[in-house]
Design a protein. Sequence first.
Length: 295
Amino acid sequence: MDTLTTGTVTVSPLLRRLAEEGATGTLSRDRGRLHLVDGRIVHAEAPDSPPLDVLLTTGSTLPASALAAARAGGGDTGEVVRGLLAAGLVGAGTLELCHLGALHDAAYFTLAPSGAPARFRYGSAHPLAVAHPVDAGAVERECLRRRAFLDRLHPCDVLDHAPLRRLATGGPVAVSARRRPVLALVDGHRTAPEIARELGRPAYHTLVDLRRLAAAGLVGPVRAPRRAERPRHAAAPGAPLAPRTPAPGPPVAPGTPPGALAASRPRLGGGLLPRVQDPDIALLRRLRDALEAAL
């Protein structure tokens, strides 16, 4: 498991080794990928983060129609962006600024706490590499700083991935002009990354807006239904309760004397072993993530 750590060099163990080695290739984790050249990060991509070509239409003067025309020719994000640059629709300086913003945005999700193993594939440099590679330790420290900032705003990381709903308030609450479009897209179905993609904004900035809206009592996660639902029709008052049907036990051979089955059960410390229920894996993962985020 590739976990995040704190200390002098705040990077994941695998990323730290790759940086010290000066490796070139792609580091893949379950929520994104980091592309390295000589141990430094030159590009990052994550499903939760809008791609660079989308961010270019909101972070620069690139018209959405020009982006649509460039995409019509096919090709991946790198080919589309290189075509825009060659056509003079995007300046080199603007491209680098947007690319650095996209790199940190995707790295935030890629380097989030995870129990899945990380993998690295050695290879050539990514074709859409930023002009000035970024130190791996600096990227990781920025990720930790951003996570701590979100927790100070409103400590509820469920908001980052769950479908979001509006909450009723006792009266009107002032919402800034920047956060109004974000709130307008909260419909009980969209998640924070989906809202960011629809607005064409960096996903982390959208998380900041949603945490502030949640702190103001305007937004909350959609609650998942409980695992054990109560019966729809309760028994009438005074009616006798239906007898509980015992859980079926192991088959008993004919002629087995009473108490033999209980005696055959394994014992611990002179007593019968207690029935052990399966742990709530989702709860354990949330506790693990919370502990890792607190480091």
